[in-house]
Design a protein around this ligand. Structure first.
Ligand code: HT9
Ligand code: FE2
Length: 370
């Protein structure tokens, strides 16, 4: 087997959110996340309690360590000899720490895999802004290219298909055939959704709605593939969790708990919760879904099973390799095949001007056009 050509890249950088690892980390972490945001005090205290409930340790960093190890193994298996680094927006290892290390190691150009699947300010541009801030003023910083969105990459979607089939099999037999699929993702402000994806000009009118449109596309694709496997078209719903912000600001709805209540009261025999907004079992999954939503379903005597997140599913791990090879070819001036599933085209390698704008006004961001 010939090693794939990954020039001009000499490193991979996994870019993630970060989370606290000890009780003393929780408050400073939350301060990092919410600086300049208008998050009510009682919401912050509640979220702090979720972290303390799990000993002050978020699961997310260990999940990223496992993902880094899995990506290293996957690349080595494909005879790609590139170092894999990891840096976070909101906790150690911070992006600035990691990128300085990369510079010291002689890295000149890295492909960045952001562990956030969909387009929105929170899930895309905010990462690009933090990458720009991390290299700002760093002499000899490597060039950083952000790999395209992966929500419709087959490796991501197929891991949810199998996870949904496994969760259906976990339901009691009487609940299984008529079960509804409840796809869930992180709520964001309605306005942030309206402005997500490409728009005309910086600050100009949005074409908009990419966040919800991309989720709907994944819902349709997973539902259809599950039908091909089971021979049944399970009714599907897209719902939201982890609403934050002041109560007067509208966020995407319905909330998963309200929706489970509606389904339970209408006599649905069972539900599978499919967390398509999340790549691993981090805090929103273990608290908002496995603790709160499961308890809501139990209170309704509604049989429920939660599909697993991709985590280190080999198909998901291989998405990093596939997008790296694809982007490297594109940067060499070739026209690589860009695999996707469902109805939406691949998103751009470089975000267009004005996409997913910062609600607080323009800030320098990396990985865009120009
Ligand atoms: C779209 C989206 C994703 C998915 C894309 C991606 O993966 O990035 C995501 C991921 C995550 N969000 C996380 C944690 C938090 N998010 C918060 C706040 C917020 N999230 C928002 C959106 C998103 N968030 C928004 C619009 C806010 C309001 C404040 C603001 O406008 O920025 C707050 C503050 C408290 C609160 O307000 O709830 C916390 C603690 C963690 C780590 C979990 C762990 O520790 O395991 C992860 C992976
Ligand atoms: Fe969040």
């Amino acid at each position: 087997m010939v090693a794939p050509d990954v020039s001009p890249y000499d490193a991979v950088l996994l870019v993630s959110f970060g989370g606290p690892e000890r009780p003393e980390d929780v408050v400073p972490f939350l301060e990092n996340v919410t600086r300049g945001r208008n998050i009510p005090r009682d919401r912050l205290e509640a979220v702090g309690e979720h972290y303390f409930h799990f000993g002050g340790r978020s699961p997310i960093n260990d999940q990223n360590r496992a993902l880094v190890a899995a990506v290293r193994e996957d690349l080595a298996g494909a005879r790609i000899d590139l170092p894999v680094y990891w840096g976070n927006r909101n906790w150690h290892p911070f992006l600035a720490e990691t990128i300085e290390q990369m510079r010291d190691d002689g890295v000149t150009r890295a492909a960045c895999f952001v562990t956030s699947a969909y387009s929105s300010y929170s899930g895309c541009r905010q990462y690009r802004e933090d990458l720009a801030a991390a290299v700002d003023g760093l002499d000899g910083a490597p060039q950083l290219d952000r790999l395209r969105h992966f929500f419709h990459h087959p490796g991501f979607v197929e891991s949810f298909v199998d996870a949904t089939l496994a969760a259906l099999a976990d339901l009691p037999e009487t609940a299984r055939d008529g079960a509804h699929l409840v796809f869930v993702t992180h709520s964001i402000p309605e306005r942030m959704n309206e402005r997500s994806g490409p728009s005309g000009t910086e600050g100009g009118p949005a074409l908009g709605g990419a966040y919800v449109a991309q989720h709907r596309s994944v819902v349709a694709e997973v539902t259809d593939r599950v039908r091909q496997e089971t021979g049944r078209r399970h009714p599907s719903h897209l719902v939201y969790c982890s609403r934050s912000g002041p109560p007067e600001v509208p966020w995407l709805e319905p909330d998963i708990n309200d929706h489970l209540e509606t389904l339970g009261k209408s006599g649905v025999p069972g539900v599978v919760i499919v967390p398509i907004g999340f790549v691993s079992d981090h805090m929103e999954v273990v608290w908002d879904l496995d603790t709160e939503a499961i308890s809501t379903a139990n209170g309704l005597a509604l049989p429920v099973a939660r599909a697993s997140t991709p985590g280190i599913d080999p198909r998901f791990v291989a998405v990093v390799r596939d997008l790296l090879i694809e982007r490297a070819a594109a940067e060499r001036g070739e026209r690589p095949e860009r695999v996707t599933v469902g109805g939406l085209p691949p998103t751009a390698d470089r975000c267009p001007i004005g996409c997913c704008p910062n609600p607080r006004g323009p800030v320098p961001a990396l990985g865009g056009v120009g």
